[in-house]
Write a protein of this length. Sequence first.
Length: 363
Amino acid sequence: MTNTSPRPSIDRDAIIRILSSNTPDAIEAVRRQAEQILLTHCGNKVYYRGLVEFSNQCACNCLYCGIRAENTSVRRYAMNEAEIIEAAQWCAQAGYGSIVLQSGERKDEPFVAFVENVVRRIKRETVSTDLPQGLGITLCVGEQTEATYRRFREAGAHRYLLRIETTNPALFARIHPAGQTLASRMQALEHLHTAGFQVGTGVMIGLPGQTLDMLADDVVFFHRFDIDMIGMGPYIPHAATPMAGWPNPDWPPARAFQTALLMVAAVRISLKDVNIAATTALQAMDPVGREKGLQFGANVIMPQLTPTEHRGDYLLYENKPCIDEDKSECRRCLERRIQSVGRTLAINEWGDSRHFARRTAEA
Ligand code: 5AD
């Protein structure tokens, strides 16, 4: 296949200008530009990925995260294989097309083998006339070895989310324990590429000490790493974490939220054909935060499929929405939300990012 659209170049100054928009008119102009680019390069469909947070057991100690290993006030859980398969069946029958399996990070062999096996079973057991290749599977289970990534890919998962959190080395080091490095996170993203995944990453917005320059560097990084999918949201302090008490004078919550929307727009305007999620963290700060995410250029929503009994234990941050709604209510509610912003819900489609198709056609 010949490809006529060259990879867009990236204009860091333009990104900074977008992120600095601070009047309603300027923000609306950016929003409209992002929406236009979205409609031109991706169409008006919104893709669903049913989200199953299957375990909150975690070996990491990220200083911002509510399920960090050292938070002893969390009740730990792990869904069993049958529960995850049941959620996957529901997801397929509801027409969502894709599922995301997310958990805390563990690298031990029993965990890796469990995930591998569950992926294989979901692939096998969700094939139907509506979904001839079964559900599209996205994994989000942290940094793993290249060999583990290959096992997951071979089992049938084809997308992977691993946020870089921030590409600023000093800021990354401040918000993570000494053992976790930016270099190894970048290496993991490279391994995901070579293992053949569609690769998703993203950052938190409004971290103490974070600047608009750093956020612009993050967008340049997404471009340089040829990332296919982006998930970003405002940083929301969690009381049972070391960062809860850190002063954050530059980022009152309303600014973090607004800048997160502008980051969605900046990514859409500069990367054009990637998939961007309207994240739950946006909704945690504004009852219509996810709809706003869609209006600023996002095209993916991840409805909750985690069983209600576990949702209260998967709180990465406080004020997480939808923790009491069951999954059928969640589906109806989201459909209304998508229609309210003039977009169409895609049914029984994987909804792979067009960027991935282009990247592989060029290779
Ligand atoms: N606020 C916002 N996002 C958070 N995450 C973790 N903790 C927080 C928080 N306190 C995000 C991280 C992680 C993703 C799964 O959730 O970006 O990669």
